[in-house]
Design a protein around this ligand. Structure first.
Ligand code: SF4
Length: 617
């Protein structure tokens, strides 16, 4: 096996720590990354655990090939019970932290308990220490990383929270370098434990031996040659994800004004070309040759001098279309502010778009919104609200609870305008314009995420496993199952979505076999089965927490309001959502309530999980 063979468990309340062995059968069944993490969380955490209580585990995991020369495989992941949704939560981060976990000879670490005072965790390959962090508390994410590097040297890499995580904003992030594990409030859980940072200081760049090193190196070299001229890779390197904005707008996929429309007037002002005019540098995660990160600096106007690594497409949606804004400088400044405060740009933008629509509809009045003029496109109000959300002040205190809770607090029918599934705010793709993609928001075990089962067939015209009409109201269940299982399989290695150009399931399996020497890992069908096991166990986690069919849904707007101003997607709506849901359940082997059946669990070797949930045959 090419793995560290162990994980690290730290009780941040007592300071006790232990390096524990990972059984071979666990590797066999879950391989690495997200798989090992859900196996640990399900087995070790009781149902009903308060997401913000000391017993909620926060797992930071790395992929099985992290730190190796294979580019795009060194990302990491935070997994926990989400304080935003109450469901299984996971968020993926970049930077160098994933590789450094492996250099510390661990596949994942688990934080348990709650520190009595602000603290940080210092880890090397022999021990973990819980140290006071009083002088770090209150610092932004960059200041915190710089301070820890000053204390522990250049070889230190830290995953940190900002002020928002300390204050309990429900969608706080965990950051390393300029990359963030953004979704589901993973930073909120870290803050609830009074942990400001996990700082890794490996003594060496240890890696497990590769079982067939010549083969592994030859495959990585061959892939590097393919990537050199790969058109998608070249575009990602030059433009990053900014390249998507105009295409999404043309397709009627770019959500505008809190998902009322899907075409933004003057969208060209925030196109990839306009962002290129601001580009002053680039950035890549550990060992990545695609280097999709862009550094932008605003050259003129009221945001002159604002600089950020990003924004990515999702942030352009969140601080552009979602709030009706085309002032590019505000998007750069807003991105930077979120990174420093440590909040998710998607949830932040959707919470602000929600508030703007409530203002438009007269549900929120000037007195309710701190005197702000919340008309669509008011970018100065946007920046003010980002700051107040991150600092839990004024209206930001309510919006920082996430749109589901904010709607309940505001009342007056506000829930009609809360764009989320299971409490997780929607990302930048209009569900009515891509029905499998939207069905995946509804059925995803983390809630409204585009990264749980991205429907490339609908958004990018992929033909695997078959071509799909994105507007069709049937024949989508198997596609969603395919995409979710595919993604889970890739996340045993935490392979980056943007660095996977030219990678086929067969190539991935062969690389994994060369690294680990495990014959079964060389079979793409076996890896699919592992992916299915992971998604199903995540579903079991949610079923155990009381989730059922009722939560696998979309807002009423998606089911009843034909989409307006959306080019080719104008008039689209979900005409038979229940049928789509039934199709998905059938494809996954779930019953009518969305629970895995007894026979499906047996087939996947998850009989042990079946004992903890109510199942049908
Ligand atoms: S493609 Fe971009 S996000 Fe992915 S690993 Fe490379 S630099 Fe990081």
């Amino acid at each position: 096996m090419s793995s560290s063979g162990r994980y690290l468990r730290i009780n941040v309340g007592t300071g006790a720590f232990a390096f524990e062995e990972i059984p071979r059968e666990t590797y066999r069944d879950f391989i690495g990354g997200r798989g090992l993490a859900i196996d640990y969380l399900f087995r070790n955490q009781s149902s009903g655990t308060d997401p913000l209580g000391p017993d909620n585990r926060l797992i930071l995991a790395t992929g099985i090939l992290a730190g190796t020369s294979a580019p795009g495989f060194s990302r990491w992941m935070a997994i926990t019970r989400s304080p935003l949704t109450g469901a299984y939560g996971r968020a993926v981060g970049g930077g160098k932290f994933g590789a450094y976990l492996k250099f510390c000879r661990i596949d994942f670490l688990v934080l348990e308990g709650r520190a009595e005072r602000p603290s940080y965790v210092l880890v090397d390959e022999d021990r973990a220490q819980v140290l006071p962090a009083d002088d770090l508390w209150g610092l932004d994410t960059q200041q915190t990383q710089q301070r820890l590097q000053a204390l522990h040297g250049d070889r230190a890499q830290s995953a940190v929270i900002g002020p928002a995580g300390e204050l309990g904003v429900r969608f706080a992030t965990i950051n390393n370098e300029w990359r963030t594990a953004s979704r589901c409030g993973v930073g909120t859980v870290m803050g609830s434990k009074q942990i400001k940072a996990v700082c890794l200081v490996p003594k060496t760049r240890w890696l497990p031996p590769l079982q067939d090193e010549p083969r592994f190196k030859a495959m990585v070299a061959e892939h590097a040659r393919l990537l050199k001229d790969h058109p998608r890779r070249k575009k990602m390197t030059a433009l990053g994800t900014t390249l998507m904005t105009l295409r999404m707008d043309e397709m009627g996929l770019f959500p505008v004004k809190n998902f009322q429309e899907a075409h933004l007037t003057n969208v060209e002002a925030i196109s990839a070309e306009k962002f290129q005019e601001l580009k002053v540098g680039d950035y890549g995660c550990y060992g990545c040759t695609t280097r999709c990160g862009n550094v932008f600096r605003v050259k003129e106007g009221i945001y002159q001098g604002a600089e950020s690594e990003g924004p990515e497409y999702e942030t352009i949606f969140a601080f552009g279309g979602e709030v009706g804004n085309t002032e590019i400088g505000a998007i750069v400044a807003g991105d930077r502010l979120c990174d420093l405060l440590g909040i998710d740009t998607i949830s932040t933008g959707v919470a602000i778009g929600f508030a703007m629509e409530l203002f438009e509809k007269g549900i929120l009045k000037a007195a309710d919104v701190d005197g702000l003029d919340l008309r669509w496109g008011n970018h100065q109000a946007l920046l003010t609200l980002i700051e107040t959300i991150g600092r839990r002040e004024g209206l930001g205190r309510i919006l920082g609870e996430g749109v589901q809770r904010a709607a309940l607090a505001i009342g007056q029918g506000a829930e009609e305008f809360a764009m989320h599934s299971k409490g997780l705010e929607f990302p930048g793709y209009e569900p009515r314009s891509a029905k499998a993609h939207g069905l995946s928001y509804a059925t995803s075990n983390i809630g409204g995420s585009h990264m749980y089962g991205y429907a490339r067939q609908e958004i990018s015209g992929f033909k695997e496993p078959r071509e799909v009409d994105r507007f069709a109201d049937s024949g989508k269940g198997d596609i969603v199952a395919y995409n979710q299982i595919n993604k889970a399989r890739e996340e045993t290695l935490i392979l980056c979505n943007f660095a996977d150009s030219g990678i086929t399931p067969e190539w991935l399996a062969a690389l994994l076999k060369a690294a680990t020497g495990v014959d079964s890992f060389g079979d793409p069908g076996y890896l699919d089965r592992v992916g299915e096991r992971m998604v199903t166990l995540e579903r079991c986690f949610n079923v155990r927490e009381g989730f059922a069919r009722e939560q696998d849904t979309l807002p009423r707007r998606m089911l009843e309001e034909p989409l307006k101003n959306a080019g080719p997607a104008t008039g689209e709506v979900y005409r038979s959502f229940d049928r789509l849901l039934d199709e998905y359940y059938a494809a996954m082997g779930y019953d009518h309530q969305g629970r895995p059946t007894q026979s499906k669990l047996q087939e996947l070797g998850l009989d042990w999980a079946a004992r903890e949930i109510k199942t049908t045959t």
